[in-house]
Design a protein around this ligand. Structure first.
Ligand SMILES: Nc1ncnc2c1ncn2[C@@H]1O[C@H](COP(=O)(O)OP(=O)(O)OP(=O)(O)O)[C@@H](O)[C@H]1O
Length: 262
């Protein structure tokens, strides 16, 4: 389906790149000596702009580590992690904080909303902190897309889990980040609310040209993505384009069978 071109603000240096984020020979080692764990072992991956990528793999395979390293939440050991053309390892703490604030959106399993603020205040909070004036038209479009129009004055405690997660999705989308990283964003939701949230993420990619990278264990969630990459033992072992829940499940079964026979 064609993507609607949406004017994007602020980051002309990246506007021509088709890749929103890239890892090259990225390794991450925790600890030293006997307790050393190689969480990522020379990973090469590109996250294409205006695409929805899911990261899957067994527990401990390195999914969260990859996401945290790419999002500048964790340092890398060797190799390279870039957002657009920016090499994360070259930034000092202050620059990294600014990059995360200005260019990256986060959606976590816990919604991380501030209880004393309304839904709308939560949505615009990152921009308020950054001293950026929210683009009202854009925020309205996001709010409408995620179906929150009638709930903007509510505080998180007055919203259902699904609605709270939609606020978290809207908060990530409203600032028009270069890339959104989502860690099990539907893990705490019932299947209907989860489907809604995934539908909104899908819509944000398709209609708004957003780039989304999502860690998930759920083949149904991965079926909303354009592409699934599979991690095992800190390596990317496979990828699937145009996945469906069934093809993802088949691929996972294949890995399980291999794991049992090898
Ligand atoms: N801070 C840390 N210190 C030491 N080891 C760590 C740390 N964080 C992660 N690890 C190890 O790195 C490996 C990869 O962990 P990671 O959390 O990335 O896996 P995951 O695929 O996200 O797992 P899960 O699906 O269970 O969340 C694991 O062996 C884990 O124990």
């Amino acid at each position: 389906m064609p993507h609607t071109a949406v004017p994007r603000p602020a980051f002309p240096a990246h506007a021509t790149t088709a890749v929103a984020a890239r890892a090259t020979s990225l390794s991450k080692v925790y600890g030293q000596g006997e307790t050393q764990v190689v969480a990522l072992d020379s990973v090469d991956v590109e996250f294409e702009r205006a695409r929805f990528t899911a990261i899957m793999g067994p527990s401990g395979s390195g999914k969260s580590t990859l996401m945290h390293c790419m999002a500048g939440l964790d340092s890398i050991s060797t190799g390279s992690a870039r957002i657009g053309d920016v090499e994360l390892a070259a930034l000092n703490d202050k620059q990294l904080t600014r990059l995360r604030r200005d260019k990256i959106g986060f959606i976590f399993q816990a919604f991380n909303l501030l209880p004393t603020l309304t839904a709308l205040e939560n949505i615009t909070l990152p921009m308020d902190i950054a001293g950026r004036r929210p683009d009202r038209e854009w925020v309205s479009r996001v709010v409408e897309t995620v179906g929150l129009s009638g709930r903007l004055g509510h505080r998180p405690s007055q919203l259902s889990g699904g609605q709270q997660q939609r606020v978290a999705v809207a908060r990530a989308l409203a600032a028009q980040p270069e890339i959104i990283f989502a860690d099990e964003p539907t893990g705490n939701l019932d299947s209907r609310s989860g489907a809604e949230v995934l539908g909104f993420l899908r819509e944000s990619v398709q209609a708004m040209g957003q780039t989304v990278v999502m860690v998930t264990h759920d083949p149904v969630a991965a079926g909303y993505a354009d592409r699934v990459i599979f991690l095992a033992d800190g390596h990317i072992v496979d990828e699937l384009r145009g996945p469906t829940a069934d093809t993802v499940l088949d691929r996972m079964r294949m890995f399980d069978a291999k794991g049992r026979t090898s």
